[in-house]
Design a protein around this ligand. Structure first.
Ligand code: MRU
Length: 360
């Protein structure tokens, strides 16, 4: 398999299209999906061709630039372009409910158009260029935030350390650098000797397919685990820190992440191992007071019943498939952000994030 430039080109704007690494095909094939309209981009998000909270936000930002571009080229009036833009914004918002980065990006670009129009800008070409420039900023800022949080987080690790992670919170889940894996990459850049145990992450195997692939691609020692083996390696004393990403962090620090994260936090607590969440500004949701308010995506039960396209359970059996769970703040040792490392009580410490926790 061909190696990728780093940070990974997860989401790009090329030839008036949103171009994505098709993560459904990894690690077998490295192919790009070219989304030339909003329905195809929405499908790519729902099917997890692009996934991971920050990467979904970046894809949505380019999606709105695409929407404006397509509608402008039809020769419609500014009013009609704006109406179609709002329809596309709603379609993108309906793709996945849990990652707040999606709504953060849609609001950011939506407000940009509102402000330009309110300021008297009637030039559709100019507004389109501003939207594309803003999407470029969302991408560049995400990479910068992940580098910054990686740097802050790596200071928590000793010169030789073993990290346990869940799902994929790497370059593939972001603009290209990663959150939980950003900490690992930054530790490596700082000359530390870091090994990683990666949970395979049933049912869709983001840990096995994506985390193991990108760590190996970057020359980092990685060992794959069945999700159910995490307790054993923690009990064996093999893990110095558990680090995961997040899809949404409530104002009190409760954090939603891939299903199976909460049990890891319980296990880490049981074994006296620090449990860290790593996330950029765009993952904080000050409007949701605690984890009870976070909407958890439920996906097709077929994802549980099948394994690699083969039926793995009796035909017709019921299956429950919540895609995320919420780790209560009390189990989180620290939240690693681009603005530094925050410790409990998060209700007060997270306020110091300032603009990041302003209404989005
Ligand atoms: O369903 P997915 O693959 O989008 O879930 C992704 C995760 O749960 C990640 O851990 C999270 O988005 C953080 S990514 C930096």
């Amino acid at each position: 398999m061909q190696s990728l430039p780093f940070p990974f080109p997860v989401v790009q704007w090329q030839d008036d299209r949103v171009v994505l690494i098709d993560q459904t095909l990894l690690p077998g094939k490295l192919e790009f999906r070219r989304c030339g309209d909003i329905p195809s981009l929405c499908r790519a998000i729902v099917e997890l061709a692009v996934r991971g909270a920050p990467a979904i936000g970046v894809a949505a930002a380019y999606g709105l630039a695409l929407s404006w571009d397509l509608n402008r080229k039809t020769g419609r009036s500014l009013g009609r372009i704006y109406e179609a833009f709002e329809v596309d914004r709603a379609a993108l918002a309906a793709t996945r409910p849990t990652a707040v980065n999606l709504f953060w990006a849609l609001d950011r670009l939506g407000k940009l158009v509102e402000n330009l129009v309110a300021a008297g800008d009637r030039d559709a070409v100019e507004i389109g260029a501003a939207l594309l420039a803003e999407a470029d900023c969302v991408l560049a800022e995400d990479i910068a935030m992940c580098r910054a949080l990686g740097q802050a987080g790596q200071e928590l690790l000793s010169d030789t350390a073993t990290v346990l992670t869940h799902c994929n919170a790497g370059g593939l889940a972001t603009g290209g650098y990663g959150t939980a894996l950003g900490v690992v990459f930054a530790a490596k850049e700082a000359g530390k000797n870091i090994s990683v145990y990666a949970d395979e992450t049933r049912p869709l195997l983001q840990g096995a397919r994506l985390t193991a692939w990108e760590l190996a691609d970057q020359g980092i020692d990685v060992t794959l685990l069945c999700d159910s083996a995490a307790a054993t390696v923690l009990r064996q004393g093999k893990i110095d820190a558990v680090i995961t990403g997040a899809d949404r962090i409530a104002a009190n620090g409760d954090s939603a992440n891939k299903i199976g994260t909460y049990p890891l936090a319980v296990l880490a607590h049981r074994h006296g191992v620090p449990f860290y969440i790593a996330a950029p500004d765009s993952t904080f949701d000050p409007h949701t007071p605690d984890g009870d308010g976070i909407r958890i995506e439920e996906r097709d039960p077929e994802e549980v019943v099948q394994f690699h396209g083969q039926l793995a359970a009796p035909p017709g059996v019921a299956a429950y498939n919540p895609a995320f769970d919420v780790t209560p703040a009390e189990l989180i040792t620290a939240i690693i952000t681009d603005k530094g490392v925050f410790r409990p009580p998060y209700v007060s410490s997270l306020r110091a994030l300032g603009p990041g926790l302003e209404p989005k």
